[in-house]
Design a protein around this ligand. Sequence first.
Ligand SMILES: Cc1cc2nc3c(=O)[nH]c(=O)nc-3n(C[C@H](O)[C@H](O)[C@H](O)COP(=O)(O)OP(=O)(O)OC[C@H]3O[C@@H](n4cnc5c(N)ncnc54)[C@H](O)[C@@H]3O)c2cc1C
Length: 631
Amino acid sequence: MDSSITRRDFLGSALLGAGAALLDGLTPAQLLGAPAEDEWTGYSGIGDYRHSNGNTLEVLQAGHKLRDGAYSSLLADTIDTGETYDCVVVGGGISGIAAALFFQRLAGPGKSCLVLENHPIFGGEAKQNEFEVDGKRLIAHQGSAIYLVPYPHSFIARFYDSIGLHTPKLSYQKWSGPQPEMTIGRTPYDSAGLSRGQYAFWFGAKFGQKPGMWVVDPVGKKLQGAPISESARKELVRWFSGRASDESKFEPPKYEGDEISRQLDSITLEQHIMQRSGLSQETIRTFLSPVEGGGSGLGPDALSAYCDYAADLLHPFDDGSGEAVQMFPGGNTTIARLMVKALIPSCIDGPAMVEAVSRNAVKLAALDTPGAAVRIRLSATVLSVHHDGDPAKADSLTVAYAKDGKVFRVKARSAIVAGGSWTAKHIITDLPVAQRQAYAQFYRSPCMMANVAVRNWRFLQKMGITGCRWFEGVGNYMDVRRLATVGIDDATIGPDSPVVLTLKVLYCYPGLPTEEQGRRGRAEMLGISFRAYEQRIREQFDAMFAHVGFDASRDIAAIILNRWGHAYLNPQPGFFFGSDGKPAPREVLRGAPFGRIAFANTDLAGAMDHRYSILEAHRAVGQIVDQVLTS
Ligand SMILES: Cc1cc2nc3c(=O)[nH]c(=O)nc-3n(C[C@H](O)[C@H](O)[C@H](O)COP(=O)(O)OP(=O)(O)OC[C@H]3O[C@@H](n4cnc5c(N)ncnc54)[C@H](O)[C@@H]3O)c2cc1C
């Protein structure tokens, strides 16, 4: 495994120190053209996001200090910046940026807003990785990936249009090369080859296979030869061929809050899949968990059945063309960049259009210009937000944040806390019991997005596949994807093209309580060094693809790990509409502001979707403008 340690992508970890001594006195930082790495972060790419892959080590350490109350002594002695804002927004993810944008548009001229974001760049889970492989710039999402074409006159359609996303249907790379064209999807979630025989399942040691075995075209071949029980085989063939559900017996919900959605929220997704699709618990837990968790990070055992429907009830526009789902090369990063460009036009050169904001670099200094109506302050971790006196009567708030090893404070007439449940409950120091108890019912679990840049994908083409799935090891599936031709150089794709294969690594422990699964997952994800993960991924790729000539040390150009400690909200039954006569936790927080503070972030909707980030921000700004700033 160490044969290629002189290559820049594998220069992370302890080897860097030793290696640097041999390399003409170059420091690891100089060698990589990037800041010094650490054991945990590893290689982090190039471009605007090179210092911000997933939650950075600094953010992680600050977050844990916050949780453990380690800043208490510093809070007694903060530095007054002398600033007062009409609104301070905590969190510079899509929800926080949307809140600043709505505030700018709705609060009236002359009103000021400050966004405090703890990462070195805005975007939250909507960020991207950039690689340079054999002279080509490759881009992949770190988290938030897809968006759906909105209904033309919907709120979201008008919002997209207002930030410069005028044509939500994008153009994608076309096939090139001498080989016959293969079926390639446009997102990491398409499994486009599955119905065309260009997909495969891999079974390894967990199924007694050493070396592992492939079943190519699992649906077409009805999983013949797979080392699994006959009943599991039949269930999986039905599931993956889309024939598992008897649609005549099940009516999906039409609107959020209708009777069907409330009934779904009273059971787990696992119970629902068992009832609706006749799958056994064992099959679900062995083969479908955690992938089929309704996009909520854990397996179906831990989630409300409504999770599977929440995002669909935003009613995207499906014109029958099969093109409802769209994705920029770096996922919803482009949407975040368009929003920031709309807020602070000078921060990215060029027009407020997708191509310019994708290609041109962010001018970080322009984000926080003294005197500007809207400012975004990066690498600033908010430690406390509290009213100056009785929340029912106070005219202002004090917001304290840590930056560059010091703690500062600003005054605010209102605040929108959009950072997510896991820090909101710690930083609002005068938060009443009802809201505190509500936040205590928000459980979040981790996710690691491992972006693996390969020099070509001929190894998959030799197997006749464009995607595959496995049931052990790191991640569960991957797909070659046809990129939208925005901000990239290659208008075509073929097996010789360098591509990024994304492994979404979820951590679930079926049967354990939801909160416990999140805690264990975080400990597992955070406790493994970059080098150990890199080694596991390389070994896994070699085990799966060496038989078609793949060699990890030659064919993998670089790996970037994006570790999200609190990636997903995991709504348990009752999360959406309440249980035992008690209100849903999200409603306690959405229903009204607390004093001068309103709450945003997608987790208040219970569905991890950037459209909800925007909608929750809009609701929160409405509360601030209509109810709080009136006095
Ligand atoms: C792996 C993954 C894949 C996803 N895929 C999709 C997808 O395909 N499509 C889709 O629409 N959605 C997807 N999502 C959902 C995603 O959550 C939303 O799209 C959106 O990016 C969330 O934005 P947000 O602002 O609500 O939250 P976040 O992105 O979490 O933003 C909150 C920001 O606040 C910061 N913050 C928190 N506390 C503090 C503090 N105390 N001080 C300062 N800053 C703070 C956080 O670090 C973060 O940067 C995905 C999520 C994950 C994790």
